[in-house]
Design a protein around this ligand. Sequence first.
Ligand SMILES: [Fe+2]
Ligand SMILES: [Fe+2]
Length: 482
Amino acid sequence: MPEEKPTLDHEHLPTKLGTEFVTKFYRLLKGTTVYDRKNAIIDRLTQECLQVINGIIQSEGHLFLKIVRDNFFFNNIRILVKADKYPIFKAFWQEMKRRWIGEVEFSSEVKGDQLKDLVYLLSGLEENNESNYLYVKKQLEFRNIESIHVGKLEFFKDEEIYIDSEDRKKYSKEVYFKSLGLVKEVVESINQQKALNIRKAKRLMQNAVNAIMQDESTLLGLANIKNYDEYTFNHSVNVAIYAIALGQRIGIPKKELSHLGMTGLFHDMGKTRIPKEILNKTGKLSPEEWSMMRSHPIAGAELIMRMKEWGELSTRMMSGAFEHHLRYDLTGYPKLTRKKKTTLFGRIVTIADFYDALVRPRVYNRYPYVSEKILGIMLERSGKDFDPSLVKVFINMIGVFPLGTLVLLNTNEMGIVTQIHEDTELIDRPKVCLLQYSDGEYRKGQAVDLREMEEGGQHFKRTIVKTLDPNEYNINVAEFLI
Ligand SMILES: [Fe+2]
Ligand SMILES: [Fe+2]
């Protein structure tokens, strides 16, 4: 299936045109939430979008964009979303999903006012109303706009869709803690030589994929909070979550994402073969102990190999276990006698594993790195230890201020990062929950968006000055985030 490749050539015309349209259309749609119809910026955005639309009409005859699940089709051909465009597509997808609109069609050239009518109609729609598309249709008819059509977003029946954001959070939390339970079960069953419950693991990872697609922040947030008791179990689940989220961003198809989750979940399975005393040793390891530790990728691959019933999945999981310490340039371990390029799944899990291992909680690491520093290290070793194109996407995903970061603002307020914007230019302006100090305790305060400008639009209302260590202030980040 060549079309599933995350890299693509520039000659794929539907992708090029579709991407141009989505980019301009999304910017305009976003603009309507901030500016009114007569604003000069809206005029400019409308003109830019209009040029693209009418250009496409002239060359292709018509423009039809359809969203099916999380795939975009331009004139019925799937758009191969490039990694650097992924944030825009995802943000657009979320906007459309919220409004339950899945099709936009232009059958002939349109005028600026008609386009403005459409985008203001769309942006004014109420959330989660299945019949929104009917309302837009009627309104367009009413205004005699015949060249624009919209259609309903189709979901598939088997999909668990949570509309309410609280429900989504609850679902994400459930998936996270169920996965934790599962990893414990797996470790026990290996120790007791019992058969594993593969079905359950698969199902859970499918749920994790669903949860990440609907509400990436909660699961990433859970993975980012490092104050749990049992690091080992958390580590496996976190690696699965980071891997799925990263895979999703580079356009790995949904079915394969759950495989990627499994690969992440079981990457350290070989560690069940290492005595606990060595695993949990805080002092320096002897050379023998080191070589024991370094045997876990091979031991893991062997353990997985024995589970024949896992089918095609087991090959991929084996590569994750075998390759995750190998490094991009193959200078890591195990030492290879024959150099063979690493797999995409292996390279993804390597990044997820490295990041999670370094932001481990205090108890396990005297000097936990802040993520800024880890991301810096990853950039530095990009091309040597890590796949450079994946590193870029990963850094974008985690953000300069990851979810759950405690920050000090220029207003002297303290806050916790609760949501990162998809737009890379706003990566340092996340949504933040302000902290209120009363009765010797920090409590949840107002939720603010650091994109907000002061009146007059000259300056931002609030800006992050620096990050703070939540332990020093006795703040349990989890309480604020989930
Ligand atoms: Fe490992
Ligand atoms: Fe690991």
